[in-house]
Ligand binder design. Structure first.
Ligand code: 5GP
Length: 177
């Protein structure tokens, strides 16, 4: 196990690159099967989901589109409790099969705030793919259709996730010591 320092905090390895890549491929296989003959639109939620979205998308064999939105809810290692849309959705989702790509579902507030507006635009279907879920932290329960890992309620970084801007480039996922 390796320990790294980011800003003022120490983090230890939690999920290896190999473990992450294997699981992301498994999710892609499930999506390939479920969406055979369809052409879903993936909506990645920036910033944290960019790496997961990229790897998931690379492993798809169906025709699919992708776009990104930016929702901000975190400051440092704590949820700010308020969700701000800083890049909104430009695409018309009406009648489309939508798969939202989220890095981590923590309290569930981000998706809980965003989903009603999306449903209002009447997509043909709406599913959620998330890299991580912290069930013990969830205050707004929701169904995650494609979940890579369920994890303890500890702050994590790496593979797209940051601590105050740093750590996103790590290939592994690290947990706060
Ligand atoms: P929620 O609204 O579900 O509480 O939080 C969702 C967002 O908070 C995630 O998309 C992510 O940006 C951020 N977040 C939640 N938990 C963590 C964590 O452990 N590490 C990092 N880096 N971000 C987190």
């Amino acid at each position: 196990m390796s320990v790294i320092q980011v800003h003022d905090k120490s983090f230890e390895t939690f999920l290896s690159e190999e473990t992450i890549q294997k699981r992301v491929k498994e999710l892609a296989v499930a999506i390939n099967n479920d969406y055979k003959g369809k052409q879903p639109l993936f909506i990645g939620i920036l910033n944290g989901a960019f790496m997961f979205a990229s790897d998931l998308f690379k492993n798809l064999e169906i025709d699919a589109e992708i776009c990104f939105i930016k929702l901000i809810s975190y400051q440092g290692t704590k949820s700010a409790g308020k969700v701000v849309t800083s890049i909104g959705l430009m695409e018309d989702v009406h009648g489309k099969d939508i798969i939202l790509i989220e890095d981590i579902v923590d309290t569930g507030k981000t998706l809980n705030d965003f989903l009603p507006g999306l449903r209002h635009q009447q997509p043909a279907s709406l599913k959620i793919a998330a890299l991580l879920h912290k069930p013990d932290a969830t205050e707004y329960p929701l169904i995650i259709d494609y979940l890579a890992f369920s994890i303890p309620d500890k702050f994590v970084i790496g593979y797209g996730l940051d601590y105050d801007g740093l750590g996103r480039n790590l290939k592994e996922i690290y947990q706060l010591v």
